[in-house]
Design a protein around this ligand. Structure first.
Ligand code: NAD
Length: 380
């Protein structure tokens, strides 16, 4: 089959779904690789690098979409791109089907099979295809780098001839993949790191990275729930306790990185205006939940704003694209692992096995049907 990657069309998107390295692996599956001219440039891969890897460089998006049996890309297709899809063609990309009903219907009507990389089930066997985690890992790392770039002081404490420098204090809220990556990065730079999550089971992971888990004392009788000392995170009592904890931290911390998300819901507001006001001038907040409305009251998606008291609030939503080379290398690896599972005989023939948990889970349109949402996976 011909596997083709077009140039991304979303504004500011620098990533690419095929790298010269991933092409080598895809070719071993018996496929041919195509790339639109210039598609890898913003990520640091020029057309010659692809040619050297045996990839055919195709001029123009339309020619690429026409030539490819399987189109691999990063972002969900634009309306124009969805219009290029044809009967029997397969698209592999991020898709966000729950938020893209019209696009889903259009792809179905075009007769294409769509595999959504954001729908890969989070089971052990599928970790190598887990593009959400690959990108979240980069976002967490980059959030710390971005914070450092805006923070006027060292992360690490130092004793120098010119004076003693205290270490920066970093608070990470939400310890999923992005949060843990931010904790590890900030700790490796020498900061004093604290972290909080509503899931107490992450305490061990946080502590193993050299950070302190901020434990929330909560009397379960307050909400009547049998949650082993923890209130249901959605209860108003829990929220009040959580906000009180953050209020206590606000004057003490220099950098806050928020990553708290609840699947399918707007981001919870956790770092309120009064907490920003209580922070020292020159402190930095990086809100990784900006795309979902932000965890901080002052966050403006895609902007860097400075509060009246001199706190910098960063709401960028394109952290992985800001590290386009690394992000493309990891994403392209996730995609080529998906292609590996779609090519069981390694003979260049795609077998779309809807009995396979991972393929079934990620497939959102197939054989003229919308196949989203999928049934729960059979295996953990
Ligand atoms: P996410 O990006 O959806 O959310 C980030 C974090 O925010 C989560 O840890 C969540 O508990 C936390 N959060 C939500 N509300 C909060 C609040 N009010 N205050 C503080 N924290 C709050 O998370 P993610 O990175 O996608 O990871 C979600 C889960 O999936 C984790 O349990 C992770 O270990 C798991 N996971 C499993 C696999 C796998 O098995 N292959 C891969 C990746 C992630």
């Amino acid at each position: 089959m011909k596997i083709g990657a077009p140039k991304e069309t979303a504004r500011g998107e620098a990533r690419v779904a095929l790298t010269p390295e991933s092409a080598q692996h895809i070719k071993k599956l018996g496929h041919e690789c195509l790339i639109e001219a210039g598609a890898g440039e913003a990520a640091g891969f020029d057309d010659d690098a692809y040619r050297e890897a045996g990839v055919t460089v195709v001029d123009g998006a339309q020619a690429l979409w026409e030539a490819a049996d399987v189109v691999i890309k990063v972002r969900e297709p634009s309306e124009e791109e969805a219009g290029f899809l044809r009967q029997g063609q397969t698209l592999i990309s991020f898709f966000w089907p729950a938020q893209s009903e019209e696009l889903l219907e259009k792809c179905r009507a075009q007769g294409a099979t769509v595999i959504a990389m954001d729908m890969v089930p989070r089971i052990s066997r599928a970790q190598k295809m887990d593009a959400l985690s690959s990108m979240a890992n980069i976002a967490g790392y980059r959030a710390v780098i971005e914070a450092g770039n805006n923070f006027g002081r060292f992360f690490t404490g130092q004793v120098t001839a010119a004076g003693k420098v205290p270490p920066a204090k970093v608070l990470v809220i939400g310890a999923g993949v992005a949060g843990l990556s931010a904790i590890g990065t900030a700790a490796s730079l020498g900061a004093v790191v604290r972290a909080f999550d509503v899931r107490p089971e992450v305490a061990e992971q946080i502590e193993s990275m050299g950070a302190e888990f901020l434990f929330l004392e909560f009397d379960e009788s307050q909400d009547g729930a049998e949650t082993g000392g923890y209130a249901a995170p959605s209860s108003p009592e829990f929220r009040e306790k959580q906000l009180a904890l953050f209020r206590e931290q606000a004057p003490d911390v220099d950098i806050v990185i928020t990553t708290a998300l609840i699947p399918g819901k707007p981001a919870p507001k956790l770092w309120l205006e009064d907490m920003v006001k209580a922070m020292k001038p020159g402190s930095v907040i990086v809100d990784l939940a900006a795309e979902k409305g932000g965890n901080c009251d002052l966050t403006v998606p895609d902007e860097r704003v400075v509060s009246d008291n001199g706190v910098i609030v960063i709401g960028y939503t394109d952290f992985p694209s800001r590290m386009a080379t690394q992000a493309s290398l990891l994403y392209a690896t996730n995609v080529r692992h998906m292609l590996n599972d779609l090519t069981p005989e390694k003979d260049g023939a795609i077998v779309h096995d809807m009995e396979d948990d991972v393929i079934r889970g990620a497939t959102v349109t197939h054989a003229g049907e919308i196949t989203f949402p999928p049934p729960p996976p059979k295996v953990k």
